[in-house]
Design a protein around this ligand. Structure first.
Ligand code: C5J
Length: 228
């Protein structure tokens, strides 16, 4: 049985149709100066280190014709899907909907809301806009995964303890087998990233598995060989 070497134990792969790559919120708002992440007082540069790793995974999934789903966090221009509690939280200099250097902060369609160029989706790849932290909240992600018969999710993106972890927990509760890529996710706070990696795969994988990208790529290779 093809598997990925992972914590807390090997992550068994389904037949190729069943596996998808989920890339969470690799958008300019979080990775570049002048966006939502920076408006909340964070140093956005440390998030950029994972871009080459996610790019490698994206290329591997594309080469195997496996589905890739990306998300962006953003709100309608009238902010009708942004609760005041979210807009007001943090008391930053720029709030959601305000005009910043990359357009309106965390608003769909604005320049800052775009996925970074390095990870731009192909025209036939799905990008899900989400108003919350979790990718299942008020989106059609679950419908799309069911339509594609996906049971296993390889999860990457930012930030580890916010949108990535929330999404992994939502997916786990819905019965998906989730693996978080250790060097394919990042946080503004290294200690929060580390704690998240430890807590998701504690207790025998209470939320899922963790593995490095190299192990994921080796697992994909074994899957390809097994299905030849
Ligand atoms: C945050 C996210 N951190 N994508 N969003 O607000 O994790």
């Amino acid at each position: 049985m093809p598997a990925i070497t992972a914590h807390p134990y090997d992550y068994e792969l389904p037949t190729a149709t069943g596996l998808a790559l989920l890339i969470i919120d690799m958008q300019r708002d979080f990775l570049e100066p002048g966006g939502f992440g920076a408006a909340l007082g964070n140093d956005v540069h440390r998030l950029q280190a994972i871009v080459p790793t996610i790019k490698k995974l994206q290329a591997a999934f594309r080469a195997l014709h496996l589905p890739i789903f990306q998300t962006v966090e953003g709100h309608q221009p009238d902010l009708s899907d942004c609760p005041p509690s979210k807009r007001d939280r943090g008391k930053g200099t720029l709030k959601i909907g305000d005009c910043g250097p990359m357009g309106r902060i965390l608003v769909l369609g604005e320049p800052g809301n775009r996925i970074i160029d390095e990870l731009a989706p192909l025209p036939d790849e799905t990008v899900i806009s989400k108003p919350g932290k979790g990718a299942f909240y008020q989106t059609n992600l679950e419908f799309l995964l069911k339509t594609h018969n996906i049971s296993h999710l390889i999860i990457t993106g930012v930030t580890t303890e916010v949108c990535v972890q929330t999404t992994m927990r939502e997916a786990n509760d819905r019965g998906y087998e989730c693996l978080l890529v250790e060097d394919g996710t990042e946080s503004y706070f290294p200690e929060f990233k580390q704690a998240t990696l430890e807590m998701v795969c504690a207790q025998g994988g209470i939320v899922g598995w963790c593995a490095r990208a190299q192990a994921v790529l080796a697992g994909l290779n074994s899957l390809q060989l097994a299905e030849r």
